[in-house]
Design a protein around this ligand. Structure first.
Ligand code: FAD
Ligand code: NAD
Length: 464
């Protein structure tokens, strides 16, 4: 068989690229080594984690907040098996949806490991061995959980996010290595279900790559939920006797500290995945961090071979992978597509959620850009009091001279959805005053964005 485009990997980068290629009239094949389509995101990432976050949040609200709302919930209990089974159903429905989209767009799906024989020939090793030829290839093979020597997961007690999404029991004491996105999201699931959760983090803050104010606020909130944080602790080794785990770390004074629990979640980042691709046979180069090297058009050093998503530089996010998939498809069809990598929003799905776009205050200071900061506390919003979601804030950073919005950072209820107003505004290079002059519906959480913009533009919030 011969194709205009072959895509290796069916995650959000690969399957979206395939749909756009097919829409543009290119004869398209997609190759996936697992039996289900959708990659990390649908199978063991975004979708299952959000399903468990939602379920655990319902339980948490029922036992902690419903009484205040006047709802008697005596006798509420967790049926963990059912919670995992609902999550599995959500995953399989979503993966089936991708299969439906492949069929609808007449994209040929090959199941097996795709390996380059040369730049235009790919072998697929699955239940049978097949070979296809292609004019162009998009590599979208994603990433896998990372770990360092001494913390190798046994996948039973020392686990990665993949196992944490399918445990058979709620841990009594979950020790999480890494206070990043995965550690806090999956830590939240189990903390809400009653586990003791200790996060051991090397940096001096959680979610350290986001605006520092967000990590500070989230630390306060999660501590109230029972999280324990051990910051400035570098984990060096983890051991297990099959029932318990011991996590050995060095604190900032270089003293040895040991934490004991029954499960240890290793959440120290993800690494690009290129095993079995046979990159050397096509002469494709990687960088010193194991990512496939690409230029500004996401083309590798080999003409006609492109790479997108987690396997290349940039944020390891599903929506970034999708944008890159569409970009390459449109480029192959002769169009002039556009991606603004600076405006890819980031979200942490704790409750309240954390969301951000653009520069942090630390970035602006480093770059020597003069800025104004406006902030509004959720406590002052009627909407927040009505729902009892009074924690957090919205912060708007604007250029001191031009008033252009340079960054927006939120810790608040529904921040994941609210951040899109900021992304839209920034894509069109709005000023803080532009946002302040837009009518926002009352009562909504979005009023906090308007108020923060008013504060940034002229220090004149209306409600604080
Ligand atoms: P992937 O989704 O990793 O897909 C790559 C696919 O390629 C896989 O199916 C793999 O089997 C296949 N493959 C690899 N090599 C071969 C080969 N040689 N032949 C055939 N097939 C191959 N991101 C967000 O934006 N929002 C979230 O809420 C979010 N939550 C997450 C939660 C967790 C627990 C995790 C682990 C990740 C989360 N992410 C989230 C990150 C997100 O999942 C990734 O950024 C995204 O999946 C990357 O997409 P991709 O297409 O590049 O690769
Ligand atoms: P991360 O990079 O967000 O956090 C890893 C943390 O581990 C860092 O804070 C780091 O300082 C710490 N760390 C590293 N080595 C350590 C050690 N030896 N001891 C103690 N701490 C150590 O990585 P992650 O949480 O594993 O997530 C991986 C990727 O998955 C992220 O890049 C993210 O983009 C993606 N993801 C996104 C979402 C989302 O968008 N909501 C959710 C989950 C995952």
């Amino acid at each position: 068989m011969s194709y205009d485009v072959a895509i290796i990997g069916s995650g959000p980068g690969g399957y979206v690229a395939a749909i756009r290629c097919a829409q543009l009239g290119l004869k398209t094949a997609i190759i996936e080594k697992y039996n289900t389509l959708g990659g990390t995101c649908l199978n063991v990432g975004c979708i299952p984690s959000k399903a468990l976050l939602d379920s655990s949040e319902h339980y948490h609200n029922a036992i902690h907040n419903f009484e205040e709302h006047g709802i008697d919930t005596s006798g509420v209990a967790v049926n963990f098996e059912q919670m995992i089974s609902r999550k599995n159903k959500v995953v399989s429905q979503t993966c089936d949806g991708v299969k439906f989209l492949m069929d609808k767009n007449m994209i040929d799906v090959f199941t097996g490991v795709g390996t380059f024989l040369d730049k235009n020939t790919i072998e697929i090793k699955g239940a049978k061995k097949e070979k296809i030829t292609t004019k162009n290839t998009i590599i979208a093979t994603g990433s896998k959980p990372n770990y360092f020597p001494g913390m190798e997961p046994d996948k039973k007690r020392i686990i990665t996010s993949t196992e944490a999404l399918s445990l058979k029991e709620i841990p009594k004491h979950l020790i999480v290595i890494g206070g990043g996105v995965i550690g806090l999201e999956l830590g939240s699931v189990y903390a809400r279900l009653g586990a003791e959760v200790t996060v051991v983090e090397f940096a001096d803050s959680i979610i350290a790559s986001m605006d520092r104010s967000c990590g500070k606020e989230l630390t306060k909130i999660l501590k109230k939920e029972g999280f324990k944080f051990q910051l400035k602790h570098a984990v060096e080794k983890v051991t297990t006797d099959g029932k318990t785990v011991k996590v050995f770390a060095k604190n900032k004074k270089q003293e040895s500290v040991t934490f004991e629990g029954d499960y240890c979640l290793v959440a120290v980042g993800r690494k690009p995945y290129t095993d079995g691709l046979g990159l050397e046979k096509a002469g494709i180069k990687m960088d010193d961090r194991g990512r496939i090297e690409v230029n500004e058009n996401l083309q590798t050093n080999v003409a006609g071979v492109y790479a997108i998503g987690d396997v290349v530089k940039g944020a390891m996010l599903a929506h970034k992978a999708e944008e890159e998939g569409v970009f390459v498809a449109e480029l192959l069809a002769g169009q002039k597509p556009h991606i603004n990598h600076h405006l890819i929003p980031g979200v942490v799905y704790t409750w309240p959620e954390v969301a951000a776009v653009g520069f942090t205050e630390e970035d602006l200071k480093d770059k020597g850009i003069e800025y104004k900061a406006g902030q509004f506390s959720m406590r002052a919003l009627g909407r927040s009091r009505a729902s009892m979601d009074t924690s957090g804030f919205v912060k708007v950073l604007a250029d001191k001279n031009t008033d252009e919005v340079l960054g927006v950072h939120m810790v608040c209820a529904r921040a994941a959805d609210l951040i899109m107003e900021a992304v839209t505004a920034m894509e069109y290079r709005a000023s803080a005053e532009d946002i302040a002059r837009i009518c926002h519906p009352h009562p909504t959480y979005s009023e906090a964005f308007k108020e923060a913009a008013l504060d940034a533009t002229e220090n004149r919030p209306l409600h604080s």
